[in-house]
Design a binder for this molecule. Structure first.
Ligand code: ZN
Length: 163
């Protein structure tokens, strides 16, 4: 496994629609393993392939007790609403307020190409939406109804978290 570099907002890879995965081969498995390692190293909840410069529909989400590998994911069903703070590994130090559904059911393929369905609530539901948006070239700042100011961030996280 290897750590991959996480691209930031200005990189064009973050603003392009990704192509479906068609080959469920060793190359894909390496990509998934690398994405999981990179996600853990960065302490994130989710990571999408375009964030490391791969324009394919691949996402990993840390669901607490396991990492979900979502290939060619589609949101099947949503319900409820949550309103909260969202961030992105590609925009370090920035946070915004985003409304998302509270429960999200996703259909995706696993690393061997088998379709499965998974339902997530709260943070996981938010991650499903956020990561699926990445696959269409959309960053959460486009759906945030407000970004948090430096003052608000200072209040939440203390003054010297960047030192
Ligand atoms: Zn993100």
């Amino acid at each position: 496994m290897a750590l991959r570099k996480i691209l930031t907002f200005d990189d064009s890879a973050l603003h392009k629609k990704c192509r479906p995965v068609t080959e469920f081969d060793a190359k894909l498995h390496t990509l998934l393993d690398d994405m999981t390692e990179t996600l853990y190293e960065a302490n994130g909840v989710g990571l999408a392939a375009p964030q490391i410069g791969i324009l394919r529909r691949v996402v990993v989400v840390d669901a607490g007790d396991q990492v979900l590998e979502l290939i060619n994911p589609e949101i099947l069903q949503t319900s409820g609403e949550q309103d909260g703070i969202e961030g992105c590994l590609s925009l370090p130090g920035e946070y915004g307020l985003v409304k998302r559904p509270n429960v999200v059911k996703v259909r995706a393929q696993d690393r061997n190409g088998e379709w499965y369905e998974v339902e997530g609530e709260e943070l996981i539901a938010r991650a499903f939406c956020h990561e699926c948006d990445h696959l269409d070239g959309k960053v959460y700042t486009e759906v945030a109804y407000r970004m948090l100011s430096d003052d608000e961030l200072e209040e939440m996280y203390g003054e010297d978290d960047e030192t």
